[in-house]
Design a protein around this ligand. Structure first.
Ligand SMILES: *[C@@H]1O[C@H](CO)[C@@H](O)[C@H](O)[C@H]1NC(C)=O
Ligand SMILES: *[C@@H]1O[C@H](CO)[C@@H](O)[C@H](O)[C@H]1NC(C)=O
Ligand SMILES: [Zn+2]
Length: 523
């Protein structure tokens, strides 16, 4: 195995050969020259560091991997049981470049994120009714309610334009998530996220609203006035038809639930304390705000659990320590599954690693990849705590990002480092970069337009911003297909390339819920 010591020596060795000359420019019609530049001969690093793993230079090594894969496939018979439980994991903004690059954090390219080992995968097309590259709200409607819609809207169909106060309250435009299908069938339901619980992805579980930003009453009033009848997202979580029946709810976003006169960070203006309302609904409703409370309370003494760990989004995993008293996504996942498993009818839960996306929007690749590994750990825990005979686990993303992973880095090298070669301007470039985003000002000199050497800006800090080619306050989403990984009953149906809104129909079919009920003729 490639060891840490080797890594240090390899990096040192690379520094020694990093004075790479730029490739010669080719004449436009000299195709052979252009071909050489497309796949350049990079400076050779010392022989023993060229390969990350022993044996990779033999035929046997690779043939064995192929044989093992086929053997495993031959042993896997399609699981046609009815799914009692469905667990859907979402990596917000977790495109394929993010997944591939995150393996490096596990020790190397040959490693697998937990869900990479799932037996069936597919690809989902993410475009919205009105946009080629979608946001997290309309995609949430698609992968939870089974209907594509317009950007920025939640739990409503494509008739509703983003911000249309009237159309959004017209119930004939509402669509219902698989959480409601599960509730109607007597199953328990839950939603867990690392963002505000009122944010777009978790909002798709329980809200119907024409604008994802209407997370509290004040936001609604600004856009729709006081008489619109639009219920904000926090209100719908506590009082709405689906929200008021969710058994297990966890994330950040406390400030959207309480009036500013009752709580100094509160954002509401309607005098409500929705946390108190939740507690008053039943003595069996547990409300918590710290990791200690989550770990030390016997949750089974309660009928419902609601945790809000921050006023805003939860902290990035890399920002937490013993004093922050915030649970990890894996810890929340374990508690959720233990809690929901008490229902004999089973459960549906939506679990989101929501901050992969937010880190990418700031070009903070280290944090985005770390959050991806955190999601992988949560999926691993879910797999360990459940039985694949009766539990379908689906892992996917809502959309990709303008994130690039390139430049022929050497095996065994840190993906957060520079590439071995230099481009035409003779200034180093990084293995990870973005098409756009706020790091632009650290990427180009504003006086002469020259690229800034990224190795002088990127220092190994968790908040490092990786270079971007276009100035934008927030880096954008990407329009490429996202992967869908599935394990458990009917997971073989997730193979292929399909529209993103197909996902809940397959989950419903597997568990005989909602639309699936009609298709569930096998019963
Ligand atoms: C990753 O998965 C592949 C395919 O199943 C397997 O061949 C390989 O051994 C796995 N890698 C590690 C490090 O376990
Ligand atoms: C713990 O994390 C918080 C938030 O990231 C930070 O403000 C604080 O300084 C950290 N404390 C220690 C002891 O590292
Ligand atoms: Zn986003």
């Amino acid at each position: 195995m490639f060891s840490k010591t080797n890594a240090v020596i390899a990096v040192t060795a690379l520094l020694a050969v990093s004075c790479v000359t730029a490739l010669p420019r080719c004449d436009r019609d000299d195709e052979e020259c252009r071909d050489r530049n497309m796949h350049p001969d990079l400076p050779v690093i010392p022989q023993k560091f060229q390969r990350a793993l022993d044996g990779e230079n033999t035929n046997e090594y690779w043939r064995n991997i192929g044989q093992e894969f086929i053997n495993n496939k031959l042993k896997t018979a399609p699981n046609k049981n009815q799914a009692k439980n469905v667990i859907m994991f979402l990596g917000d903004g977790m495109g394929l470049t993010t997944i591939a690059a995150a393996r490096n954090l596990l020790g190397g390219e040959e490693q697998n994120l937990s869900f990479n080992k799932f037996p069936y995968t597919g690809l989902a097309k993410t475009y919205a009714v009105d946009k080629i590259v979608p946001d997290s709200a309309c995609t949430s409607t698609a992968y939870l309610s089974g209907v594509k819609a317009q950007e920025g809207t939640l739990g409503v169909n494509g008739n509703v334009d983003m911000g249309d106060c009237q159309a959004g309250t017209d119930r004939s435009n509402w669509v219902y998530s698989i959480a409601k299908w599960a509730q109607d069938a007597g199953k328990s339901t839950g939603v867990v996220t690392t963002t505000r619980i009122t944010h777009a992805s978790p909002g798709g579980v329980y809200a119907h609203i024409a604008h994802r930003d209407w997370e509290n009453d004040q936001e609604v009033i600004v856009d729709c006035g006081t008489e619109s009848g639009v219920e904000d997202i926090a209100y719908q979580l506590i009082k709405g038809e689906i929200g008021s029946k969710l058994d297990f709810v966890m994330g950040g976003g406390k400030h959207h639930f309480i009036d500013s006169s009752l709580y100094e960070n509160g954002r509401r203006k309607d005098g409500l304390n929705l946390v108190d309302e939740y507690k008053k609904q039943s003595a069996k409703n547990l409300y918590i705000e710290t990791r200690d409370e989550l770990m030390n309370t016997d949750l089974l003494d309660y009928e419902r659990v609601f945790g809000l760990y921050q006023d805003d989004h939860m902290l990035y995993h890399l920002e937490t320590n013993e004093t922050t008293n915030q649970p990890t996504l894996e810890e929340m996942t374990r508690k959720a599954i233990e809690f929901l498993s008490k229902n004999e009818n089973g459960y549906f839960i939506f679990i989101e690693g929501g901050r992969i996306d937010l880190a990418h929007h700031q070009n903070m690749a280290r944090i985005a990849l770390d959050e991806t590994v955190e999601l992988s750990k949560a999926v691993e825990a879910a797999k360990e705590l459940t039985n694949e005979e009766d539990t379908l686990i689906v892992v996917t993303a809502d959309h990709s990002h303008a994130f690039s992973y390139n430049g022929y880095p050497y095996r065994g090298k840190d993906v957060f480092d520079r590439t071995p070669g230099n481009p035409d301007d003779k200034i180093p470039y990084m293995t990870l970069s973005y098409a756009n985003g706020p790091s632009f000002e650290k990427s180009f000199n504003s006086k002469n337009g020259q690229r800034i050497d990224p190795t002088t800006v990127i220092t190994g800090d968790k908040y490092d911003q990786y270079p971007s080619a276009m100035p934008l306050e927030d880096e954008t989403h990407g329009g490429d297909d996202v992967a869908v990984y599935a394990n458990g009953p009917w997971s073989h149906l997730f193979s292929g390339v399909y529209e993103q809104n197909t996902i809940p129909h397959i989950m419903g079919y597997a568990s005989c819920l909602g639309n699936g009920l009609k298709m569930c003729s096998r019963l």
